[in-house]
Design a protein around this ligand. Structure first.
Ligand SMILES: Cc1cc2nc3c(=O)[nH]c(=O)nc-3n(C[C@H](O)[C@H](O)[C@H](O)COP(=O)(O)O)c2cc1C
Length: 316
């Protein structure tokens, strides 16, 4: 997920049970311009494998060149094409979900990329269609399979829906039934038992979790337990939430230190913010985190908050 699933956040998710991960999307042209930020976005550590790198764009030749370059430089386990992003600045270039209303171009992109990287598994991520009157997921998936795409992730919303309403898992199931390559279902997975129920009911080969992981990176381990019929791990309490938040800050700083040597933690507030969900008094804690300048400040805040909670428990 753009601006969230960076190197550090992926490391955190892997530590907490994520199975297969994909980088945030990166524009093919930015990679071809050798834009340092773009290459940083798709970089990953060996322990994050199996890893896919996701690219987007609207020009078959640039997409093919960028795909080849990514595969040569990073050797990802698979290369993923984005046909799902609903953001205006992406669709106005006819990229992302904009390609779902221009499927001949979408198929040209897939053909070009497939030819450019015959040696690397190719996958795609898409929405159901442009809007409710033009749901094309089944037809597109069938053609992608013919073109040599090896797995497809389907977010059960149209572009017009953005993130509103509910993901339509009936449609995801129809796509899964129409092709013989694995289809991974995506959209609104929050509850582990319900996720497993969706996997079984709709015949998908896998589950993709997006937003829920931002506040609960434990969800991967929880879904894994539910899949194995094991009891749910205990809900993370405030101590575990703080440990995770500080771990993300550490990982983010470690990564930044490989660059220009960042030490201040204030800039990473947006990354830490979702992890405060579920902490008692989270609004006050968010304000306090915004005033932290260093990892030591964050650790002190965690200690004093946990001590305060213990005190409340004792006096309660
Ligand atoms: C902030 C944000 C950034 C996203 N960036 C990407 C992206 O770069 N590539 C992608 O395939 N999907 C992206 N998505 C979509 C998610 O992968 C996912 O399809 C969507 O959020 C629905 O799943 P969820 O309900 O589990 O979040 C993004 C979503 C959000 C909210």
């Amino acid at each position: 997920m753009a601006r969230h699933t960076d190197y550090a956040f992926r490391a955190l998710c892997k530590e907490r049970g994520a199975d297969v991960m994909v980088t945030e999307f990166v524009q093919s042209e930015a990679l071809l311009r050798d834009n340092a930020k773009a290459w940083e976005m798709v970089d990953f550590a060996p322990e994050q494998r199996p890893m896919g790198v996701q690219i987007f764009g609207a020009k078959p030749a640039s997409m093919a060149k960028a795909a080849r370059l990514v595969c040569d430089r990073l050797r990802p386990d698979f290369l993923d094409l984005n046909f799902g992003c609903p953001a205006h600045k992406v669709i106005e270039q006819s990229a992302g979900s904009g390609l779902l209303r221009c499927t001949p171009l979408l198929f040209d992109i897939v053909k070009s990329v497939r030819d450019a990287i015959p040696d690397v598994p190719l996958t795609a991520k898409m929405r159901l269609g442009w809007d409710a009157d033009s749901i094309v997921a089944v037809e597109v998936a069938a053609r992608l399979e013919q073109l040599g795409v090896e797995a497809i992730a389907v977010h059960g919303r149209t572009r017009a829906q953005g993130y509103s309403g509910e993901a339509d898992w009936e449609w995801i199931g129809r796509v899964a039934a129409a092709v013989s390559i694995p289809v991974v279902g995506n959209g609104d997975l929050r509850d582990p038992a319900a996720a497993v129920e969706r996997l079984r009911r709709h015949g998908v080969a896998g589950l993709m979790v997006g937003r829920a992981a931002l506040a609960s990176p434990w969800i991967f381990g929880d879904i894994r337990a539910a899949l194995g019929g094991l009891p749910q791990p205990p809900r993370p309490g405030p101590a575990e939430r703080w440990t995770t938040l500080i771990r993300l800050a550490e990982l983010t700083l470690e990564r930044a230190a490989q660059g220009p040597g960042e030490r201040d933690v204030r800039w990473m507030f947006a990354k830490l913010h979702p992890l405060t969900q579920g902490l008692p008094g989270c609004r006050r804690i968010r304000n306090a985190i915004q005033r932290c300048q260093s990892l030591a400040d964050l650790r002190r805040l965690a200690d004093s908050h946990l001590a305060e909670l213990t005190q409340q428990d004792i006096s309660g």
